[in-house]
Design a protein around this ligand. Structure first.
Ligand code: ADP
Length: 394
């Protein structure tokens, strides 16, 4: 059978990321981003054969952007597109696997929207637009939460009244599942271990960050919870705070729920701590120039990350390796070094040359000889979505 072409789509509220992937290839045939959708400044950027290009969009919505994308995809795919894989953030308890989208699946994604009000509605917009444009193609949903449906109940339940779980579905779900799954499979391949007989701690560190404990190919615990706010320090998200912070701010400052929500999601994390930026590159440069806020933000980020990895060690029967991935995990020897320095108890230590070498897409082992494995593995969520899509086509 000739290789098939899969289009992968990830829709946000005002953007669409896309990648065209040929079966069996890691390099994308075409990939890019439509951004500022719904505004007069909407624009489509793409990259093909190493060439970058862009085109203004006529102020359109998701459907208009996908329609304008169509000729590019058709050309790059040689007129042969076989399926579309859609990233969906929240699958609730209904989805523990990727699945083909039909009316019932669409309704289930819609029903899960209260759990992910910022993410599932734009994901749905993209799915509906793509289904209208490509009605004859199979459309596959790949959920960020699905990988974590294997958490044991003692890991996913909050210590809250049971009715909140039974009636309101308040529990820990976890996110970044596609990335944690992809890098743990890569780690097994890289080290010659079997996926179903290997144990990993993985740290996906991007604008959003999370850790995951993976046992024999299954997620057993993760740092994000009901929403992606729980857990690690992130670009603009606080991660864990005292749950009484809300009432403290209401009592002392009279803040509204909206204001607190905005502060925790958009003004906190690296940005809040540093008072400078949510971007790790900027903070590393500022730290070198002696900026105290940038230094503190990096210290807190790394300590909290180490603490989370150590805690997730509880979920593993043994440790086959720690994985760093995501923009920061793949590119920051400083963050990896500072994090591992807090993990002497796990006997972790890095080889500084190997650590320095693993940047800009170069992955590999970075641990010092005789110490437990630490790996840098570039993530590729689009590829994992394409792999899932192809598996469902079979
Ligand atoms: P997203 O979660 O939006 O997909 P990414 O995975 O691309 O984000 O990660 C973005 C983060 O990676 C930013 O904080 C950025 O500063 C950081 N990053 C990218 N390159 C480097 C680098 N060379 N050194 C340090 N941090 C980097």
């Amino acid at each position: 059978m000739p290789s098939r072409n899969i289009l992968v789509i990830n829709c946000g509220s005002s953007s669409i990321k896309f990648a065209l992937i040929r079966e069996g290839q890691k390099e994308f045939l075409l990939h890019g981003l439509a951004e500022r959708l719904g505004s007069s400044a909407s624009v489509l950027h793409w990259q093909q054969d190493g060439q970058k290009d862009s085109q203004t969009l006529s102020g359109g919505d998701h459907r208009a952007a996908l329609t304008q994308l169509l000729p590019l995809v058709d050309k790059a795919a040689g007129g042969e597109l076989h399926a579309i894989g859609h990233r969906v953030v929240h699958g609730g308890e209904r989805f523990n696997h990727s699945c083909r989208i039909d009316a019932e699946v669409l309704q289930a994604i819609r029903d899960t929207s209260p759990l992910a009000p910022l993410h599932n509605p734009p994901n749905l917009l993209g799915i509906e637009a793509a289904m209208a444009i490509y009605p004859a193609l199979p459309h596959i949903a790949v959920f960020d939460t699905a990988f974590h449906q294997s958490l044991p109940e003692y890991a996913y339940r909050y210590a809250l009244p049971e009715s909140l779980y039974r009636e309101q579905h308040v529990r820990r779900y976890g996110f970044h599942g596609t990335s944690h799954r992809y890098v743990s499979h890569e780690a097994a391949g890289m080290t010659g271990l079997a996926v179903d007989d290997s144990n990993w701690l993985s740290a996906h560190l991007g604008n959003g960050s999370s850790t995951c404990a993976i046992v024999n190919g299954q997620s057993r615990d993760t740092s994000m919870g009901l929403t992606p706010l729980e857990g690690l320090v992130m670009g603009t998200r606080s991660g864990d705070v005292d749950p009484n912070l809300h009432s403290h701010l209401v009592r002392t400052l009279g803040w509204s729920l909206e204001k607190i929500d905005h502060m925790l999601n958009h003004e906190s994390g690296l940005l809040g701590l540093s008072g400078l930026s949510n971007d790790m590159r900027t903070l590393e440069q500022a730290r070198e120039q002696g900026h105290p806020g940038a230094s503190l933000a990096i210290e807190v980020f790394c300590y909290r990350l180490a603490k989370s990895l150590a805690a997730l060690g509880c979920a593993l029967p043994r440790l086959d390796g720690v994985i760093f991935t995501g923009g920061i995990g793949e590119n920051s020897p400083l963050v990896r070094n500072k994090t591992v320095a807090h993990l002497h108890l796990l006997n972790l230590a890095l080889d500084s040359e190997a650590n320095a070498r693993c940047v800009r897409g170069v992955g590999g082992p970075i641990h010092a000889q005789g110490h437990p494995r630490v790996l840098v593995i570039p993530t590729n969520e689009e590829l994992q979505i394409a792999i899932d899509t192809l598996a469902i086509l079979h």
